[in-house]
Write a protein that binds this ligand. Sequence first.
Ligand code: ADP
Ligand code: ASP
Ligand code: MG
Length: 297
Amino acid sequence: MKIYKFGGASVKDAAGVMNVAEVLASQDFENCLLVVSAMGKTTNALEIAVKNYFDKENYQQTLEDIKQAHIAIANGLFNESHDIFSEISLFFDDIISFLRRNKSPNYNFVYDQVVSCGEMISSRISSEYLVSKCFENTWLDARDFIKTDNNFREGAVDWELTGKNIAALSKEKNYVTQGFIGSEENNFTVTLGREGSDYSAAIFAYCLDADHMTIWKDVPGVMTGDPRKFQDVSLLSNISYEEAIEMAYYGASVIHPKTLQPLKQKSIPFFVKSFLEPERPGTQVGNSTKNEETEMK
Ligand code: ADP
Ligand code: ASP
Ligand code: MG
């Protein structure tokens, strides 16, 4: 079994979703579990909707804009009679009726119920698009598998329950699911902290004893520094779990800090690769302490 994680940047528009299929075509799409983040900056936009709700501002308009952005993406991927359009509308109807009925003053609780919608829609669109391109897959609601405490916005994983749930999955199928979300004992949604989709992928990798895990990014791999901020950076082709943990700890935002520990514990080979150049080797993170640097081309 292998785990692939596609982050927000990789599915920011219709071309991005199409490119996910290209990436899968360049690999072997068999016994694969795909973890998908919210599209582009959707999570930031949903955060604003929650803030507007508590500030008694026009949160409905913010949600309407987010809905239209998803419909525009779906228009680039499906013909207009596809069921995905009514599904997208239903997600937003559900959020609005939840917010109208809600009496809880708990900001973090409300945040998790609303913001998680980004991953739900993104994973539904991606799963359906892949099916339409003959990448057969079963869509999973990650909240049925990843169980947490009720520390909303920063859920702590209940590894025993989560492990039991994930063990029920077949290792001979393809799945598409969401990053970033789990659920507590009453089945309310709990998010795992911003940028937590890498961590979700590692949770599935750990519980499935995956052969390897790859996170597909908009950079060639882990570099000596953030290429957005520094010019003179090079690709690290091979780093150890410890080196990656240290880099994540010191703020290299390319890998979520909680991601490495589960992978290290089971020595699961971990790759950071470019979704724009999937044939390139990227960075391999493993037990090796050899730290080779190659020039970035
Ligand atoms: P996604 O959420 O799409 O999975 P992220 O935006 O979280 O991806 O991570 C990719 C970004 O991490 C890159 O665009 C880059 O700007 C940033 N980054 C920070 N430090 C590094 C680094 N050392 N090497 C590579 N990218 C880095
Ligand atoms: N969508 C969430 C966020 O933007 C989780 C993730 O992308 O990793 O924080
Ligand atoms: Mg991200």
